[in-house]
Design a protein around this ligand. Structure first.
Ligand code: 0X9
Ligand code: ZN
Length: 305
């Protein structure tokens, strides 16, 4: 199997980031957006395939939740695909001709490292809380979107602990700061999770519909139809709170409220047979599905603007 058909530990991913930036000096830049609780760097890759001025942008983050290994694997495949198939595949060419893409392969490096060394099923980051031995905040409950209401927990021992206050964690703060600083150019926010095969739109933090709900709904519907048509696999879709569960403090809802109107969470394969322990032989197929959904959405956004 090739490099991309395997899961990689954190050190190998850092090496890959470095190598990818160095081998593509005109099209890829590694941007340091912050660091984790344990002081590991958070590098996003900026893909900018042509010099067209005033381009819009898309943001993709992977690995918010440590045990969802298919997520960083997808980010690596996506970067590789973009660099290899620009000018060969018309969809990715059109996308990259119209927007720069920022890719954060591992948003939660401390947690990811921990899943490789200590506990494969770890979800949260690794920051401690005073007065308890329980470790970690759920970074996808730590954003400022109806923070710590129903669907999140104030208990540091919970898997869905929201943290001491919104953006209390260096990882969520780094992403929020980057998006705030670049919100005028970033049109699409995409965050990759697993598992359950869902394409989610805001809101998850309330039962309310987003202001552009029907537009977003049409996009995930078409994306799911394309996955079904090309790969014969079923993805459900819709507003997070109604499709999966109420879950406040998520990055997608927060980005939407910031003004990044096209905001999505993808939950990749599978539907529970292997769950978080998706075998490496499924990486390529799962990533192909996410890729076609991403293309469907990005092309729609480009068409509108
Ligand atoms: O609960 C989550 O954070 C996500 N599911 S997961 O199994 N990967 O943990 C769903 C996130 C949906 N979006 C928001 N809750 N904002
Ligand atoms: Zn997740």
């Amino acid at each position: 199997s090739t490099f991309y058909q395997r899961y990689h530990n954190l050190e190998d991913i850092y090496e890959w980031i470095n190598r990818t930036a160095h081998e593509n000096p005109t099209t890829v830049k590694a941007i340091l957006i912050g660091s984790s609780y344990q002081k590991r760097p958070l590098y996003a890759l900026k893909l900018s395939l042509n010099n067209k001025p005033n381009k819009k942008a898309m943001w993709i983050d992977c690995g918010i939740h440590a045990r969802e290994w298919i997520s960083p694997a997808f980010c690596l495949i996506f970067v590789q695909y973009s660099l290899s198939f620009y000018k060969l595949n018309s969809d990715i060419t059109q996308i990259l001709d119209n927007m720069d893409i920022y890719v954060l392969p591992v948003m939660n490096p401390d947690g990811y490292k921990y899943t490789w060394t200590k506990d494969r099923m770890w979800r949260k980051n690794r920051s401690p809380t005073n007065g308890t031995s329980c470790i970690g905040v759920d970074l996808n409950r730590n954003f400022d979107a109806n923070w710590c209401t129903k669907g999140a927990s104030p208990d540091p021992c919970s898997e869905i602990y929201c943290g001491a206050f919104p953006e209390s964690e260096p990882e969520s703060q780094a992403v929020a700061n980057f998006l705030r600083s670049n919100k005028d150019i970033i049109q699409i926010y995409l965050t990759i999770h697993s598992y359950s095969q869902m394409l989610l739109i805001p809101y998850s933090c309330t039962m309310d519909e987003a202001d552009n709900h029907s537009e977003l709904y049409e996009m995930v519907k078409q994306a799911a139809e394309n996955i079904r048509r090309y790969y014969r696999n079923v993805y459900t879709y819709g507003a997070g709170a109604k499709t999966i569960y109420l879950a406040p403090g998520g990055s997608d809802d927060w980005a939407h409220n910031l003004g990044i109107k096209y905001s999505f969470t993808f939950e990749l394969q599978d539907r529970g047979r292997y769950g978080f322990l998706l075998p490496p032989s499924y990486i390529q197929g799962a990533s192909n599905e996410a890729l076609i959904a991403l293309k469907t959405i990005a092309l729609k956004v480009i068409e509108k603007t």
